[in-house]
Design a protein around this ligand. Structure first.
Ligand SMILES: Nc1ncnc2c1ncn2[C@@H]1O[C@H](COP(=O)(O)OP(=O)(O)OP(=O)(O)O)[C@@H](O)[C@H]1O
Length: 256
């Protein structure tokens, strides 16, 4: 492969997904380069969640295929797909509220997750990984605090840290800033920027202020198809994009 071309990690090829005859996704193709950050937006019912469900193998496409690092994964069982390094945030092992932030990260950073492995003292490498995840998520100061007493945003960052502990190649984040304050939202954008590069990140969000902070290429879905791709400025100037948000144009224009 020529080195100047970015390597495609996720390649969704012409998929159609239906539920009892209703097409939630129709002939959708999407290609995401390795190490990149991509944002997925679209009005309610556009097919965003269904697309993520299809990528992780929870839903099967009727036709078309999903390729990951060149391999067709759309016929693999869900656990095999996860094993290849695709992680969706809600698949994070739930935060254990009775443990500290560091203990939660340490638990997910353990290589040997069997009962006997968990009982052993963590290795130096596992401790270092937990500390690295604390730094990444901005939770170093909160390391010794019980997860139960974290603020909403902090708990979300801990969950992201726990997903990242498995070192997924592709990270799928479905509305990571839901319920967050403006300050927490801005910090989440920074965290996601820090993740991109080592990981490939696909984010769904309705919060256009957050999307603006991400500053990444955007794919607009509408009625189960890719409607447009571009940056936020171009999309906001596109009357057809405004049209599909009709009734909710504020959603697309929102600043803060
Ligand atoms: N399990 C299902 N059974 C039947 N229809 C479904 C199912 N899942 C999704 N749909 C339908 O498929 C379409 C796409 O839904 P999807 O949840 O993927 O949209 P979305 O873009 O994620 O919307 P939102 O922004 O509201 O979460 C919708 O019309 C929805 O009602």
């Amino acid at each position: 492969m020529p080195s100047e071309l970015p390597e495609t990690l996720l390649d969704v090829r012409d998929i159609t997904v239906s539920f009892d005859g209703f097409k939630a996704i129709t002939n959708l193709s999407l290609s995401v380069p390795k190490g990149s950050l991509r944002v997925l937006i679209g009005p309610n019912g556009a097919g965003k969640s269904t697309l993520l469900d299809t990528i992780i193998g929870k839903v099967r496409p009727d036709t078309g295929e999903v390729r990951f690092a060149g391999q067709v994964i759309s016929r693999l069982p869900e656990h095999r797909i996860a094993g290849l390094g695709i992680c969706r945030k809600f698949q994070a092992p739930g935060v254990l509220e009775g443990l500290t932030v560091r203990e939660n990260l340490l638990l997910t950073a353990r290589k040997d997750k069997g009962v006997l492995g968990i009982l052993k003292a963590p290795t130096r490498a596992e401790q270092e990984r937990a500390d690295e995840l604390l730094r990444l998520t901005g939770l170093t100061e909160r390391a010794g605090v019980l997860a139960a007493s974290l603020a909403h945003g902090e708990k979300q960052w801990l969950e992201i840290g726990m997903v990242v502990a498995a070192d997924p190649q592709l990270l799928l984040l479905d509305e990571p800033t839901a319920g967050m304050t403006a300050q927490e939202t801005a910090q989440t954008a920074e965290l996601i920027h820090a993740l991109a590069g080592r990981h490939t990140v696909l984010v769904i969000d309705h919060d256009m202020h957050f999307v603006e902070l991400l500053g990444a290429p955007i794919t607009v879905l509408h009625q189960g198809q890719v409607f447009r791709e571009g940056d936020l400025e171009t999309l906001r100037a596109d009357p057809d994009v405004m049209e599909i948000y009709l009734g909710r144009p504020r959603e697309l224009m929102a600043h803060g």
